[in-house]
Design a protein around this ligand. Structure first.
Ligand code: SAM
Length: 201
């Protein structure tokens, strides 16, 4: 079975466009069959964005880790006026994110590039957000959390969405031991929004 995070050749027929709304924003996306979240904003991504808008004051430069089509980064740029770096292991996802930044008129507020986890990421961020890859397994997920901590400024939050039945408790435990804190800031139909803050170096 082909997973959405493995890139594959595409024909012109695989591409399409859709419109969807979140945080009171009307957004438009170019998409492709194999790229998450295909033809609508994912329910977990929507829960994450709603929780952030309700609970957090974000500013500065953030990282959208595993950006897919670019939904999270684009919505945060428009909502908060922040700048973003947006990365994904999948080159088609990154190409679509670049096109979607232009379609939504925020191309001057973000850079998007291919990165396997943090291997091409430099510097430290004011916040990191992600609807992280879960199906790749705990080892990768936990290593992404460690990479995140290395790339956060002191005081920066890491905010993630995960389904309760897809490993929320073990991720929360891992974040608590890594950051010495992890808070559930929202719950929405089985999706949990977790936040850890980097307290020191
Ligand atoms: C659950 S999807 C979220 C996509 C998008 N952020 C959204 O909310 O619609 C997770 C994304 O992580 C990407 N991914 C998987 N493994 C990765 C890795 N090692 N490094 C970076 N991105 C990865 C996948 O290609 C996928 O686009």
């Amino acid at each position: 079975m082909q997973h959405y995070f493995i890139d594959k050749p595409h024909s012109a027929d695989d591409y399409f466009e859709f419109k969807d709304g979140v945080l009171g924003l009307e957004l438009c996306f170019r998409s492709c069959d194999s790229i998450f979240s295909k033809d609508k904003i994912d329910d977990g991504t929507r829960a994450l964005l709603n929780a952030i808008a309700k609970n957090e004051t974000l500013s500065g430069c953030g990282l959208d880790l595993g950006c897919g089509l670019g939904v999270i980064g684009i919505a945060l740029i428009k909502h908060y006026g922040v700048t973003m770096q947006m990365v994904d292991i999948n080159a088609t996802a990154v190409s679509l994110t670049k096109q979607n930044l232009i379609k939504n008129n925020v191309q001057h507020s973000a850079v998007a590039f291919v990165s396997d986890g943090f291997n091409a990421v430099e510097g430290s961020f004011d916040f990191i957000v992600s609807n992280p890859p879960i199906k790749t397994g705990k080892t990768l997920l936990f290593s992404l959390m460690e990479g995140a901590k290395e790339h956060m400024k002191v005081g920066a939050p890491l905010i993630l969405v995960i389904r309760k039945n897809l490993g929320m408790e073990s991720l929360k435990k891992h974040l608590t031991s890594l950051f010495n804190n992890c808070e559930i800031i929202a719950r929405d139909k089985g999706y949990y929004i977790l936040k850890s803050v980097k307290l020191g170096n």
